[in-house]
Structure formats: C-alpha cells, structure tokens
Design a binder for this molecule. Structure first.
Ligand code: ZN
Length: 243
C-alpha cells in the first residue's frame, strides 16, 4: 500500500492539484496522510478542504487550521498571517469549520506518529534544529514521526547514539529500517527552502521506502487569485521565491 504524505497545503489549490497529478505519475497512492495547515495564506481554503475530503485522509490539525476556527489565538501570528487568517475564517462554511475543528493534534498510525509541529508542542514547535529533534525523539514512542510546519523537507535520524539532520532533496529515496526518524515532507502550498515547487512524499509500505518529490505548478495563477481577494503582498510574492 502507498501513502501520499502532504503538509502545509495552505489553501493553494493549484499546488495541491499538481501534487495529486504528480503522485499519480509516480505510481499513485491508496491512502492520504495530511500533516496539517490545510488553510491559511492562500486564496482557496474552501476548494482545498473539499479536495482533501475527497481523499478521505488521515489528517491532523495545524496552527492555521485551529486559528481559522477560533481554537487558538492569532496573537503570535505575523501581521500578514493574521490578516490572511481573518480572511480565511470569513470564507469557511459551517461544514468547513466542522471539518477543521474535528481534526486531532496528533495521531498514531502503525509505526508512525503524525503531528503538525512536534510531538512535544503539536501546534507551535518547529523541528528545525538537532537540539529540538533530540528533545522530541523522547516524546514519541513509534519508530517514525512525520511533521510539517517548517515548510522545508528535512530528515532527522536517531541511531540510538546520536541525532543528525539532513535536507530531503527532490527524488531522494529513503529506506525505512530500524533507525528512528523524524521526517518532514516539506510544504505543498508555500515552500520556504528557496525552491518554489510543491513538495510532498510517498511512502511505500511494502518496500518500506519513502520518496520525496517536487513538482512545478502555476504559481502566477495562484498569485492572481491572491491579489484579487486582497491577500497581503508579501504572501503573494513569497510563493514565487519559495521563502
Ligand atoms: Zn504552515
């Protein structure tokens, strides 16, 4: 069985659709794991929720999902993120709100813990450094943990002696064996590793390998929609740069 692993879609329908098409070109998938932040920043929150629900996903909530339905305060958001969040919240139907409100903070699926930020602080913590990764390896019991939130595809390994980190590159194939791992598939809708292509992963449970992929999408089409609804300029420009 193959699992599509997607994080930080952020209301970017063009990027989301490109990922689904690209995943089919890489052999398809039977299950979907969504690592949170379905909405926020981008122009298509409702369409992205609708498309995601069609995949019948296992999905955890991200900080932007929680903020859009009033479950957490946006006081810690940047002014642009907060503005986009208020706009997002105003677009959501009662059904959309019900879906986002019902998403859990953390899920365990077989050998995998699935959480948006970190096992220690699901909504907020960024696992971007070895010290944070070391701390969080003590906070989940499964062999593997999948996170999002940083918007950069990355891998932390823990062989029982030391923790190390490395960038996940497009086309990388990772063999999942005994070594404990924290895996970040990168962001579908707002990559921040200076590569604007949508990022995602496919886990093949029979071969026990995980593939990281990148795919181009129509960034200009997304930007035009963002400008039309008045989303902040910085959010419009950053998706072209991958920052
Ligand atoms: Zn995010």
């Amino acid at each position: 069985m193959k699992y599509l692993i997607i994080a930080d879609i952020h209301s970017n329908l063009e990027a989301f659709e490109a990922v689904l098409e690209d995943a089919q070109n890489h052999g398809g998938f039977g299950h979907t794991w969504c690592i949170g932040d379905v909405v926020g920043y981008g122009p298509d929150p409702v369409a992205c929720i609708k498309l995601l629900k069609q995949l019948d996903p296992v999905c955890v909530c991200g900080n932007h999902d929680s903020a859009a339905v009033g479950k957490i305060d946006i006081g810690d958001f940047s002014s642009e993120a907060a503005k986009a969040n208020r706009w997002t919240s105003a677009q959501l139907s009662a059904e959309n709100r019900g879906f986002l409100s019902g998403l859990p903070d953390l899920l365990v699926e077989d050998d995998f813990t699935i959480v948006h930020g970190s096992p220690g602080q699901p909504a907020w913590e960024y696992i971007a450094h070895i010290i944070t990764a070391e701390d969080n390896f003590r906070r989940f019991d499964t062999r593997f943990c999948i996170v999002g939130h940083t918007h950069a595809p990355f891998l932390f390994t823990n062989d029982g002696y030391e923790v190390s980190g490395s960038v996940l590159r497009a086309g990388d194939m990772l063999a999942l064996r005994d070594t404990r791992l924290i895996i970040n598939p990168g962001s579908v809708g707002q990559p921040r590793d200076r590569d604007p292509r949508a990022s995602y992963a496919i886990f093949d449970a029979e071969e026990m390998v995980l593939h990281n992929y990148r795919v181009t999408y129509d960034v200009v089409a997304t930007q035009k929609k963002m400008e039309k609804v008045g989303l902040p300029d910085f959010l419009v420009s950053r998706i072209a740069w991958g920052i």
